[in-house]
Design a protein around this ligand. Structure first.
Ligand code: 6PG
Length: 267
């Protein structure tokens, strides 16, 4: 599979950082990471369970995954999709993460409704969080899991350091037991459901995709101001691996550090 030119930087005891030339190359590299991860899971499991993020950044990756060579590289019928978070708006609303994923990925791939598990959005937030957690437990709990272990969990990061719908200083950040929680905030500032940090940190693989010049400060703060207490910094998978996939603009604030540790692999 053709891969865009990327620089792979492995930083000791820190996330693996991949810096692609631009947002388009980053989306291609993310689609390649997605395919590699899912194929690896399906080599030894019947199904792969993925949690997608919303916002604008992942949409290019989702559209790529719905086209060859990515589309034909995965046995999509064995993939289950959940969402890291969702805005409590109708799926037809342009702010809906599920609605965007349907347009970009689910409808083009003609995925069956039995393998797609959107966050319910019609009702009271607390009840919807419980309903989503019930759906997660129905999918994961045959193993009696204390926390669900997603095979791949895709994240973005906001300029304020939020990830999923876990916003700075929000009490939701301290949740230890529940799998899904109701919160309010973000842009749009609406009621949301988000996976809790313990769920995110139980994932076997976490892939951040962060691009564009507006994200350079937050990437620099996440990577270098370790006492900043940013939600995105709290993503430290217990045993899974963590990749931050950036473009050069988002990485501009850490290029010197990345350069010092670069293992450049020309692909
Ligand atoms: C959401 C997302 C959120 C997103 C960041 C970045 O539903 O809002 O899950 O966490 O990843 O806000 O959004 P952009 O990709 O649009 O910058």
């Amino acid at each position: 599979m053709l891969q865009p030119p990327v620089e792979q930087v492995t930083m000791e005891s820190k996330p693996q950082i991949i810096v692609a030339t631009d947002a388009r190359a980053a989306a291609k590299a993310a689609a390649s990471e997605f395919v590699q991860s899912v194929r690896g899971v399906l080599n030894s499991n019947t199904t792969a369970t993925i949690a997608l993020s919303g916002g604008s950044t992942p949409r290019r990756m989702h559209r790529l995954l719905a086209q060859p060579p990515y589309k034909t590289a995965i046995d999509w019928g064995r993939v289950h999709l959940f969402w890291v978070d969702e805005r409590l708006v109708p799926y037809s609303d342009t702010a809906s993460n599920f609605g965007a994923a349907c347009e970009d990925l689910i409808d083009p791939l003609q995925l069956d409704s039995s393998q797609v598990h959107p966050v319910p959005v019609a009702g009271k937030p607390a009840a919807l969080a419980r309903d989503y957690e019930t759906a997660l437990k129905r999918h994961f709990n045959p193993t009696g899991a204390l926390m669900p272990a997603f095979d791949l969990l895709c994240l973005g990061a906001g300029t304020d350091g939020h990830t999923a719908s876990l916003f700075p200083h929000d009490p939701a950040l301290t949740e230890k037991r529940r799998w899904a929680i109701a919160v309010k905030g973000g842009n749009p500032a609406v009621d949301r459901i988000t996976l809790s940090l313990p769920v995110i940190n139980t994932a076997r693989q976490v892939l951040f995709l962060v691009t564009g010049p507006t994200k350079s400060d937050v990437v620099k703060n996440v990577m270098t101001k370790l006492d900043a207490g940013l939600p995105a910094q709290r993503v430290r998978p217990k045993s899974g691996n963590l990749i931050w996939l950036l473009d050069r603009q988002a990485a501009s604030g850490i290029q010197s550090e990345a350069a010092a540790l670069r293992e450049t692999i020309k692909i």
